[in-house]
Design a protein around this ligand. Structure first.
Ligand code: HSE
Length: 346
């Protein structure tokens, strides 16, 4: 499987590490032999159709700050779109950050990749939050897959579960903690009795926060994830414009400590039923949603199955890399199936 990595921040660096460490397992268990043929970051590009060396990519990035310094195979004249359109590859892994309210450049990367008939795996919520139905249609029209497990819940296979649950049953609501940074901040404020500013610095150091952490605090990151969940789980055609959201910026240490006195924690909860809503809510210590640190907790309610709650790490490099790997395995299986189907038809 030839991969193009777009963006080489925490997520794609973690992916590169994991692919290199687990190469034997991936080949033995899933027949997956990923080869990174191109990588772009905001300052440069490296391309080698024979495969770039993962260790060297990571070293170059660490020492020089850009993959553009990769020896012999740097391609300064090519930007991300040139690479997506011209480098021979099976899958584009789009992991650029979502900046502020702008879905670009991720949206163009994904569009161009689908039009060029490349499968896409993305961890970028911005493009899906504004154009999920259109992008899924484009993928299907071009007979390729668009997978996005890493956009919601990172290590939690919530999107896979939704695909399974939705068969033969009807999901009527989805709610939970979808943002690791705000959960980490609110937990630290309650446990260490520190101010929000200090807790945010810790979350940034741990790699949970968005490049622009105001997206976490304002509830925008949760709102984007809620759109993705609601569209997939409940067949909505929602976009970010359909979500009413309030963040945690105005929550004070005093509010958190008052909640603590009542055996509650304040959590930023996203919920989708008839309406899509994000807001801080007081949650009792006894609730399944009362998880701590950077954990996410998501409850699906379906007509037949009732409530199912998944809890796990919703942010972080290795956790998000695990979601990308699930998507790559899924794509590999669908390629293998369609080859087999072609053979049967012949
Ligand atoms: N900033 C996000 C969070 C990263 O804290 O949950 C994972 O989507």
């Amino acid at each position: 499987l030839k991969l193009i990595l777009i963006g080489f921040g925490v997520v794609n660096q973690s992916l590169t590490k994991v692919l290199s460490q687990k190469s034997n397992d991936l080949l033995r268990k899933y027949g997956l032999k990923p080869k990174i043929v191109a990588v772009t970051d905001s300052q440069g590009t490296a391309i080698n159709p024979e495969g770039l060396d993962p260790e060297l990519l990571l070293r170059v990035k660490q020492l020089k700050g850009t993959v553009g310094s990769y020896p012999r195979f740097s391609q300064p004249s090519m930007n991300s779109i040139d690479v997506i359109e011209n480098v021979d590859a099976d899958v584009v892994v789009e992991a650029t950050p979502t900046l502020g309210g702008d879905p670009e450049p991720g949206l163009s990367h994904i569009r161009k990749a689908l039009i060029a008939k490349r499968h896409v795996v993305t961890t970028n919520k911005g493009p899906l939050a504004v154009a999920m139905p259109t992008l899924l249609n484009l993928a299907s029209k071009n007979d390729v897959r668009l997978r996005f497990s890493g956009t919601v819940g990172a290590a939690i296979p919530i999107l896979d579960l939704i695909e399974k649950c939705a068969k033969g049953d009807k999901i009527v609501s989805v709610s939970g903690i979808l943002n690791g940074t705000t959960n980490y901040i609110l937990t630290r404020m309650a446990e260490a009795e520190i101010e929000m500013k200090e807790a945010l610095k810790e979350a940034q150091r741990l790699g949970y926060a968005e490049r622009d952490p105001s997206c976490d605090l304002s509830g925008l990151d949760t709102a984007r994830k809620l759109v993705i969940l609601a569209n997939l789980a409940m067949g909505k055609q929602a976009s970010i414009k359909d979500v009413e959201f309030t963040g945690i910026e105005n929550i004070t240490l005093n509010d958190v400590l008052e909640a603590k006195k009542a055996s509650c924690m304040i959590k930023l909860i996203g919920s989708a039923s008839d309406r899509l809503k994000v807001e801080p809510v007081k949650i009792s210590y006894n609730s399944l949603l009362c998880v701590r640190g950077a954990m996410n907790a998501i409850t699906l309610k379906s007509e037949l199955g009732g409530e199912i709650t998944l809890i796990g790490k919703g942010a972080g490099g290795p956790e998000t890399a695990s979601a990308i790997i699930r998507d790559l395995i899924e794509i590999k299986c669908s390629i293998t199936e369609s080859i087999a189907r072609g053979k049967i038809l012949q």
